[in-house]
Design a protein around this ligand. Structure first.
Ligand code: GRF
Length: 201
């Protein structure tokens, strides 16, 4: 996120695919003046049905839809996505429930400007079904991780994590809800701290 702190805002583009509850948390923090020097300048979704698009629209944030269905291969889609994103000249691209594996060309283009939130205490449980796996392993804690995105899935440097205790009564559903709730403070706090230079890019 190379930008001159104090002189310019940190321009943030969010990529979503679904409900967008993390996006909503970012919007709320921004509305309350809690997002430091970060400003969400656009929200891009790969599906028209994403509820997050409505959340962005309600907050007056420009939205765009780009569907992979309109492209013959992954590289072509990612290339078009870069063109869409770069119109907004972002200092930071935030994956907020963007359900796509990105090509290394895409990831390299945004090296150290691309972050993701993952619902586990990485390096444990990369990929899907994180809560089921944590419960199955008898873990005492679950959690969420914000990390830099690198070509290898869920393997980039960890920026910050939050732990969520697992109780005996927890099911996959209750744990998912608890972790998601924790994500809603973790992600905005990381973006705020990046914008204020409290986390190194
Ligand atoms: C969250 O579980 C996040 O950890 C994962 O995708 C989900 C996004 O949820 N990367 P939402 O769309 O922000 O509600």
């Amino acid at each position: 996120c190379r930008f001159l702190r104090g002189l310019y805002l940190m321009r943030v583009v969010c990529l979503i695919s679904g409900k967008g509850t993390n996006l909503q948390a970012l919007i709320d923090w921004q509305a309350n003046g809690l997002l430091g020097d970060a400003r969400i300048v656009a929200v891009i979704s790969n599906t028209a049905a994403a509820l997050g698009l409505e959340r962005a629209g309600n907050a007056g944030i420009p939205t765009k839809i780009l569907s992979q269905r309109d492209f013959s291969n992954r590289c072509a889609f990612d290339h078009a996505l870069i063109q869409f994103i770069d119109v907004y000249e972002p200092n930071l691209v935030v994956l907020a429930g963007f359900m796509r594996i990105l090509t290394s060309g895409f990831v390299t283009h945004y090296e150290r400007r691309l972050i993701n939130i993952h619902p586990s205490l990485l390096p444990k449980y990369k990929g899907l079904n994180t809560h089921k796996r944590a419960l199955g392993a008898g873990d005492k804690n679950a959690g969420a991780t914000v990390h830099w995105v690198t070509p290898e899935l869920d393997a980039g440097d960890i920026i910050r994590q939050v732990k969520v205790p697992i109780s005996r009564e927890d099911t996959e559903e209750t744990l998912k809800a608890k972790v998601l709730n924790a994500e809603h403070s973790l992600y905005p706090s990381v973006i705020r701290d990046l914008s204020l230079g409290l986390i190194k890019c």
